[in-house]
Design a protein around this ligand. Sequence first.
Ligand code: TPP
Ligand code: SF4
Length: 285
Amino acid sequence: MTKQKLECFHTKENPTWCPGCGNHLILSALKKALTKMDLDPTQVVVVSGIGCSSGLPHWIETYGFHSIHGRAVPVATGVKLVNHDLNVFVVSGDGDGYGIGLNHLIHAMRRNLDITYLGHDNQIYGLTLGQTSPTSERGAKTVSTPHGSIETPINPLALGLASGATFIARGYAGKTAHLADLIVKGTEHKGFALIDIFQPCVTLNKVNTFEFFNKRVYELTEHNPADFNNAFSKSFEWGEKIPIGLFYQTKRDTYSEDLPQLKETPLVKQKINNVDISSVLEKYK
Ligand SMILES: Cc1ncc(C[n+]2csc(CCOP(=O)(O)OP(=O)(O)O)c2C)c(N)n1
Ligand code: SF4
């Protein structure tokens, strides 16, 4: 196989995201990561839900599935179970994945499905023009909470730790090389990789901007990702300094490894010639 070039992943169409949106940088980081891993586009599937961020599969030359609101994880689960040789990515916004789709995310993490989850976290509903989302800060003034949100935001990293994800990281769209590196590590990890990504929405979120994050984010260096308790307390560090990087990584059998029917061979490669389905077909005649 010839080495993949970044251009292999470019589409003829350009993204319709607002100029300067953090999504452009995440797309670029994902393409860089796939190139770095020398993955063939036909071995990659990107599944999304609904939202600005969820348009991403249209703008990367791999297989893709733009599903419905909050349901990217069930679709990705189906793809992975049918052919676990594929590299499956989920792209989901904070409203899509941490709101309407949250139950699916929790169950995929505890099952340790071998999927890489990119949470485009802009702390607001972008596509529907600026409502408060599950990760909006307390006090956030938006079109749906003009007097300030009275809800405590979800902490995606702590949630991932509590739910059994085996790779938990946080990236920032403004640090594209660092993010690409996290995506490589998450993809190479066997098991559920949750990567929450700060993705400034330049049009609707005037608080959590590139300037806001540039001032605050720092890369975790002196941190042992095997230490669950430390990862948990680090995940709550939020204020003048906000950590990004790999918080936690552990090893556990994946869902496909524990399922005897899938352990040896992906479903699509199994011989089904000797299975008689004529009685089933008969029913639907
Ligand atoms: C069942 C259903 N409910 C509500 C909507 C409307 N809707 C579309 S996208 C969205 C939220 C998008 O926010 P987020 O997931 O944060 O993505 P972003 O646009 O910020 O990338 C909502 C509420 C819908 N499409 N379907
Ligand atoms: S509304 Fe926000 S999230 Fe949506 S494309 Fe524009 S900048 Fe990006």
